[in-house]
Design a protein around this ligand. Structure first.
Ligand SMILES: Cc1cc2nc3c(=O)[nH]c(=O)nc-3n(C[C@H](O)[C@H](O)[C@H](O)COP(=O)(O)OP(=O)(O)OC[C@H]3O[C@@H](n4cnc5c(N)ncnc54)[C@H](O)[C@@H]3O)c2cc1C
Ligand code: FES
Length: 589
């Protein structure tokens, strides 16, 4: 008979960690008397980061006495106290290789159902003072598990745990944890897991993504689609020399450069929505300048076309505009990116403002080339006719689509601009206007433009019934940070490290989106550590090679891992939380 050994609760508190403050509810202490287990929590308990923890599916975390003993031995420690693994219920029995998802247990006056394994984030390592703990829990197959509360009631230490029902597929916690995090992802196991009604929606989404990946046969590109969306593998490693074969104006501030292979060979086809990375040397004495540019031409054409907006005092755009000529050769990294036109038969909304038209124009080219029968809406915001790029090209492409529609707004049309011909409406593309157009709610939407434009359009489309999963955005700059629980002060612009470690500088690390090139030093620990020292926006959760939140496209170079990630990232990407650069690297961040 399994027994409840301790009931542990704790409210979130601010903890200082690596020079920062993080809000976490992982500090739990045993309580003596009975505690009410409610739908969302035990009374007196709370979580610091509700995106990753807590909620109905993760109301109560369970950890086993047998695992305490295992870690005491493995870590050579004898200082553990109940609640130290962040669990609410410390139990004798119910091991991860016996308990199945969907099992139901009666404890005291409450009834629980097992929903998913523990979420493997850095906080368990922080609580135990063992930074690699999140990875160890997975590799040693001792994650612990969450339960939802089916019947609210009191529980107390000493209660017997009575099994009321067995999960339908008899899939254990250890098995399903390995299915997501460890290489393999066997198809029959994924199908089995997805039949379990009690499995939490979050885990179902991840496992379904792995199954879709198996269906598409894209597993050869590596990575873990259940954990992150990676760029398809690059067509060539590092930088390749491409010749500028054409330069043409597109509008008052935007010009296009066509790039061809130096040997005249056609270039590998890019996917609609992908971008190129260009390395320039405006000042041969100084570090190179690395910038991304979305491909704006027809995917599959013999050449690549990028279209660049001349930024006032912009280093790369000014150099490309004023110094680069037809016949010049540029260093270019292969097309990459995850902002890709989905292969579906649903309507497509292509929304852009200004130079944000480039990736969605490539999508329009792709749809026109296949004479798509899909409803295709082109929505573009420009200042006026002078600043309206690709107008004729878009008109010609839409004419090839039986269900193509166009809405162009000019915020400040000039006297020469013809309403109903050059543009549809004057003024901004407000959310109200989008709602008024009544976009089809089953559409896939692709949005690119200034951040405020993307935010407004996303909100408007959600209000029209489009689910977030079908609204895709492309940011022409650094992506937003993911730092669970960390309390951030005012955003700082990325900078060179304030106190660079002494000694000979190591290989250079270029953060392409941020425009920084920084010498490596082992004192930074990992590439993530270096990015943090420079206030480059970073994304992470486990910090030890399990969750793939930190997966970043590696535009050039390669990395070495310590510790080895549980599953390698996609080809052409790196997990920056557990890697270092043996030679120069360029990261897409
Ligand atoms: C995935 C992706 C796709 C992209 N696609 C395109 C595309 O298709 N077309 C395109 O034109 N761009 C695109 N970009 C943006 C592009 O990579 C460059 O960021 C852009 O061209 C500006 O680079 P720059 O060197 O000319 O300007 P930067 O020198 O980087 O400067 C940018 C702006 O900031 C200002 N600035 C710089 N330093 C300071 C300072 N210290 N204080 C105040 N202001 C400052 C400059 O005056 C300028 O206006 C894309 C970016 C990404 C990430
Ligand atoms: S942060 Fe989890 S793998 Fe890097």
């Amino acid at each position: 008979m399994a027994v409840l050994i301790a009931v542990n609760v704790g409210m979130p508190k601010d903890v200082s960690w690596q020079g920062r403050t993080t809000r976490t509810g992982i500090w739990k202490d045993p309580v003596a008397g009975p505690v009410m287990a409610r739908r969302l929590n035990l009374d007196g308990d709370g979580q610091g980061d509700l995106a990753g923890h807590g909620g109905e599916q993760r109301a109560v975390l369970v950890y086993q006495l047998s695992s305490y003993r295992h870690w005491q031995e493995h870590l050579k420690r004898d200082d553990f106290t109940y609640g130290q693994f962040g669990e609410n219920l410390t139990v004798d029995g119910l091991s991860d290789d016996e308990v199945c998802i969907g099992d139901r247990y009666g404890i005291g006056g409450a009834v629980f159902e097992v929903t998913q394994p523990r979420v493997t984030c850095y906080r368990v390592g922080l609580r135990l003072g063992e930074p690699q703990m999140a990875a160890l829990l997975v590799t040693h197959r001792r994650p612990g598990f969450y339960m939802r509360v089916l019947t609210e009631g009191r529980v107390r230490a000493g209660d017997e745990i009575v099994k009321i029902a067995s999960g339908p597929e008899e899939m254990t916690v250890a098995e399903i944890d390995a299915l997501l995090y460890l290489p393999g992802h066997a198809r029959p196991q994924l199908e089995r897991a997805l039949r379990i009604t009690a499995l939490s929606p979050g885990w179902k989404t991840s496992l379904r993504a792995l199954l879709d990946d198996a269906d598409r046969g894209s597993g050869a590109a590596g990575g873990n689609r259940g954990l992150t969306t990676s760029s398809p593998p690059p067509a060539w490693p590092g930088f390749r020399r491409l010749e500028v074969s054409r330069i043409e104006p597109e509008s008052a501030g935007i010009f296009s450069l066509t790039l061809a292979a130096v040997d005249g060979e056609p270039l590998p086809a890019a996917l609609p929505g992908q971008f190129l990375t260009v390395r320039l040397r405006p000042d041969p004495q100084a570090s190179p300048v690395i910038r991304n540019y979305s491909l704006s031409g027809r995917p599959g054409a013999e050449t690549y076309r990028i279209s660049v907006k001349q930024e006032p005092n912009g280093v790369a755009s000014t150099y490309l505009r004023q110094h680069v000529k037809v016949g010049d050769v540029l260093d270019v990294a292969a097309p990459r990116g995850t902002f890709l036109l989905a292969d579906a038969d649903t309507p497509v909304l292509l929304l852009s403002a200004g130079v944000g038209a480039t990736p969605v124009l490539a999508m329009l080219h792709a749809l026109a080339a296949e004479h798509s029968q899909r409803a295709v809406w082109w929505l573009h915001a420009a200042r006026d006719g002078e600043n309206h790029p690709f107008a004729d090209e878009v008109r010609a492409l839409l004419a090839q689509l039986p269900a193509g529609r166009s809405f162009v707004s000019y915020s400040r049309p000039s006297g020469a601009d013809r309403p109903g011909v050059d543009y549809t409406v004057s003024g901004r593309f407000s959310p109200e206007r989008i709602r008024g157009l009544g976009p089809p709610p089953d559409a896939n939407a692709y949005i690119c433009g200034p951040n405020a434009f993307m935010r407004d359009m996303t909100g408007a489309l959600q209000a029209c019934g489009l689910p977030s999963s079908r609204i895709h955005t492309e940011v022409f700059g650094a992506t937003s940070a993911v730092t669970p629980g960390v309390l951030t002060g005012p955003a700082r612009a990325p900078h060179q490290p304030a106190a660079p470690p002494a000694g000979r500088p190591g290989p250079s690390v270029a953060f392409a989106r941020t425009g920084l090139i920084v010498p490596w030093h082992p004192d930074y620990g990992t590439l993530l550590g270096l990015a943090e020292a420079c206030d480059v926006p970073v994304r992470w959760s486990c910090r030890t090679g399990i969750c793939h939140t930190c997966e970043t496209a590696l535009l050039s170079g390669h990395v070495e891992y310590a510790p080895q990630p549980l599953e390698p990232p996609a080809t052409g990407s790196a997990l920056i939380c557990c890697s270092t650069p043996p030679a120069d690297v360029v990261l897409d961040m």
